[in-house]
Design a protein around this ligand. Structure first.
Ligand code: NAI
Length: 356
């Protein structure tokens, strides 16, 4: 297949695309099932005919073993140069060990907007149909600021940081997305009844930005009630705007509505770059077995192609994955089948071929 022409402009111009020839993209295989699903995404992207120069880097637990640090200098240098990455999940131990490298990368490169489009797929059995939710999560502050200290023996404090600047910026990102994609409503999800100052500031900023987008119906909902409503009446939501922690939790809940974490892609956008990664983590229970669902990573690759300006190839990947899931013949265990990661990847590539 010939290299497709870049037909639509990416959301923000990719620095990597400015160079002549193939764009250069940092590739991070990650930990656990990361290398398996990232290899699947690479194979599918390769099959579209889009040429990308991959700059392979390591991070996380694998990098600790090899280089003694979870964030090697070479990785940071690569990201500064390419400003675009396709990334597998990275392990972060609970209650011990180094701080999250994901959070570190998002903050270091100011990738403030985490976009997680969550769609139903025909062929994947769940109690819910026609889910079409866009989760927009603030990515740089909140309780993820990592400011924690021991006040006294048996007493710790974790500081929740919310700023007007970051709140307005993420609200504007969400409304701009809603406008560009002709979405009808946006719900800001919060707990301002309890956290009157921090979440209060977040929703006041969202309200202010909402006034500039009168065509999009703006609503607010308290996070606990929103979770209940998401599982009883998900079609009443459209674009969801959340702070960092609520966004993390609610996006996994939304993934559950469409069949699980193996299906939902994601992107972390900043003004000067982006990192594309599935919503899921390292899935330690599946690592090394060759049975992880590659669809979330493949669709994250499609989001990356959109960003780089290869909208045609991105759309072809979405059509091909939709076809494979709809046919129901080659499905991994998480969505009711017995297929391996490799078999599902091969099925997506075959479906790409039959689209031509
Ligand atoms: P997880 O997302 O790795 O797994 C949760 C459940 O979903 C498991 O049952 C797993 O088997 C399943 N699952 C996940 N991805 C799948 C796939 N592609 N195909 C089929 N099933 C899949 O979340 P968990 O277990 O809470 O975290 C494991 C590690 O991953 C932790 O160290 C965590 O910090 C890290 N993590 C990293 C992320 C990132 O790098 N962006 C995001 C989330 C977690």
């Amino acid at each position: 297949m010939r290299r497709p022409k870049a037909r639509s402009r990416a959301r923000s111009p990719s620095p990597a695309k400015r160079a002549a020839g193939a764009p250069v993209v940092t590739l991070i295989g990650g930990d656990g099932v990361g290398p398996e699903v990232i290899d699947a995404a690479l194979a599918v992207i390769g099959a579209t005919g889009v040429e990308i120069e991959w700059d392979r880097q390591t991070a996380g637990a694998y990098a600790v073993k090899r280089f003694g640090t979870p964030v090697p200098d070479a990785l940071i240098k690569s990201l500064k140069r390419t400003r675009v990455a396709l990334k597998g999940p990275l392990e972060t131990r609970s209650g011990e060990g180094y701080r999250s490298i994901n959070v570190y990368l998002r903050k270091t490169f100011d990738l403030y907007a985490n976009l997680r489009p969550t769609l139903s797929f025909a062929g994947v059995q769940t109690p819910f149909r026609n889910i079409d939710l866009i989760v927009v999560r603030e990515n740089t502050e909140d309780l993820y600021s990592g400011i924690e200290h021991v006040v006294a023996r048996g007493v710790v404090e974790s500081i929740k940081v919310i700023t007007a600047r970051a709140s307005r910026r993420i609200a504007r990102f969400a409304f701009e997305y809603a406008r560009r994609h002709k979405r009808k409503s946006l719900t800001a999800i919060h707990k301002a009844n309890i956290m009157k100052l921090s979440d209060g500031l977040f929703i006041r900023c969202a309200r202010g930005v909402a006034k500039e987008y009168p065509e999009i119906k703006y609503r607010e909902q308290i996070v606990d009630a929103a979770c209940m409503r998401l599982v009883t009446d998900p079609s009443s939501f459209d674009v969801l705007l959340l702070e960092n922690l609520y966004g993390d939790i609610v996006s996994d809940l939304c993934a559950g509505l469409v069949g699980g974490l193996g299906l939902v892609p994601g992107a972390n956008y900043g003004d000067k770059g982006a990192i594309f990664e599935a919503v899921h983590g390292t899935a330690p229970d599946l690592a090394g077995k060759g049975t992880a669902n590659p669809i979330a990573a493949i669709l994250s690759g499609a989001m990356m192609l959109d960003y780089l300006g290869y909208a045609g190839a991105a759309a072809a990947i979405r059509t091909a994955t939709g076809k494979v899931l709809r046919s129901g013949r080659v499905l991994t265990g998480d969505i009711g089948g017995k297929a391996t990661t490799a078999a599902m990847t091969a099925a997506v590539i075959a479906a790409l071929g039959s689209n031509r």
